[in-house]
Design a protein around this ligand. Structure first.
Ligand code: GLN
Length: 421
């Protein structure tokens, strides 16, 4: 079980363990006790740190997950037009009706969901706001919240700030499977909320029907609400199709589905999120949203409403392009002797750098990679609060061919897990 100061350990414990690593700088200050302990002890997010290091070392940045491409021009043109000619004052708190209806229509067409746009869809300023709002709306201090490691770095501090008691369980590489045993260790009679992510960042896993139904059974049995971060729902490969938790048996009134226009259209700076949940949950979720951000820029909402109605071929083409990039990077890394783990979705693939006995763990590998080779990646241990996996490194492949090729040309043909320096 984690103690209250666990977020401080998020990265800095790993740093302390390894002594010499200076990759991550914790933000502990002597005045920390005047401030909230969850945030005062936190280090800067690994994505920000790695992007800064990438700039400093003029590296190819395959760390933080964002595409090279600026995003679909027609969607950006809609936003520009809406800024110049549209309404720029507060839009309705729940989102502009046009977008709420577009979200409901989009999920009907793509995921077979039957959502009432007026009662079951809300627009937020990004998925992270949606996740924070859902946690604030659902957790009473002391409630247990189930989380799966590796986990996206915002989850744990937000759970703790909401007063939740985290119950962390690990998924194991290379399969990262959600098993009965994993869930039995996580759930207790005090479980109130589960924070889940599918397709999964950073592993690139798309959980299958058996795993999803198992999770639904555990939630229904314990009466827990399932918050499902589905921001990568359109980024699935090899003919796979996303299944939302809202379609799982018993979950229609017990789950909160969260989506993100930034991920669907590859414009990560846009911060337009969607929350879908039954009317009863939504009434309380909307109260958290109204006092977090209240609204989301109306021009972006109109542009996203337009984008969600794009022809299916656009979405298929987007994922086919990303799949080609995944394969290009995967083949490049494999040709250089790295063990590439499967990626069924997201912008990410991982490599296994082998046991630490070789002298390199994920942190020192990433430091070596950015400083000596000019390529930035993300150490997977940054996605852990305890018992980190230390032999896996994440790369973002949502890049132009030229960017991926440049990164590959900077990697020597020999495996740095063996050639230590
Ligand atoms: N979601 C992005 C990633 O996993 C990072 C977002 C951020 O930098 N906060 O790389």
């Amino acid at each position: 079980m984690l103690t209250q100061d666990a977020p401080a350990l998020h990265i800095s414990r790993i740093q302390a363990d390894k002594g010499a690593h200076h990759l991550f700088i914790a933000s502990n200050t002597s005045r920390a006790r005047e401030m909230n302990s969850v945030f005062a002890g936190l280090s800067t997010t690994v994505f920000e740190v790695m992007s800064r290091l990438a700039r400093e070392h003029d590296a190819v940045n395959l760390g933080q997950g964002f595409p090279d491409d600026p995003g679909p021009e027609d969607v950006r043109a809609k936003a520009a037009d809406a800024v110049l000619n549209g309404w720029n004052q507060y839009p309705p708190m729940m989102g502009v009706p046009e977008l709420r209806h577009a979200v409901a229509r989009h999920y009907r067409e793509w995921q077979g969901l039957d959502l009432d746009a007026e009662a079951e869809v809300m627009i937020t300023s990004g998925a992270t706001e949606a996740i924070a709002g859902a946690l604030f709306a659902l957790i009473e201090p002391g409630d247990e919240v189930v989380l799966f490691q590796p986990l996206y770095d915002a989850y744990l501090p937000l759970v703790q700030r909401a007063g939740g008691v985290p119950r962390l369980v690990g998924l194991s590489p290379p399969g990262w499977r959600l098993t009965e045993d994993v869930l039995a260790r996580a759930f207790s009679p005090r479980t109130r909320v589960v924070l889940f992510n599918n397709p999964h960042n950073p592993t690139g896993r798309v959980f299958d029907a058996e795993e999803l139904e198992l999770l639904a059974r555990f939630c229904a049995r314990s009466g827990a609400v399932l918050i499902s971060d589905e921001v990568w729902e359109h980024v699935v490969f090899d003919g796979g199709r996303h299944r939302s938790v809202l379609s799982l048996p018993g979950m229609r009134e017990r789950a909160v589905k969260i989506g993100s226009a930034g991920k669907i259209f590859g414009m990560t700076g846009w911060k337009v999120g969607f929350v879908c949940a039954g009317p009863e949950l939504m009434r309380t979720l909307s109260k958290a949203h109204q006092f977090l951000t209240f609204t989301t820029p109306p021009a972006l909402q109109h542009a996203v409403a337009y984008g969600l109605g794009k022809e299916p071929a656009w979405f298929d083409g987007m994922r086919a392009g990303l799949q080609r990039s995944r394969d290009r990077l995967g083949q490049g890394l494999a040709a250089r002797g790295y063990e590439v783990l499967p990626s069924a979705g997201t912008y990410f693939l991982n490599i296994d750098i082998g046991p630490p006995a070789t002298g390199l763990d994920d942190l020192s590998f990433c430091r070596w990679l950015v400083e000596e080779r000019g390529v930035a990646a993300i150490p997977l241990s940054a996605f852990y609060a305890e018992d980190p996996v230390r032999n896996v490194v994440r790369f973002c492949f949502a890049k132009h061919d030229a960017t991926l090729d440049q990164a590959m040309s900077r990697l020597s043909a020999s495996n740095p897990a063996i050639v230590t320096n």
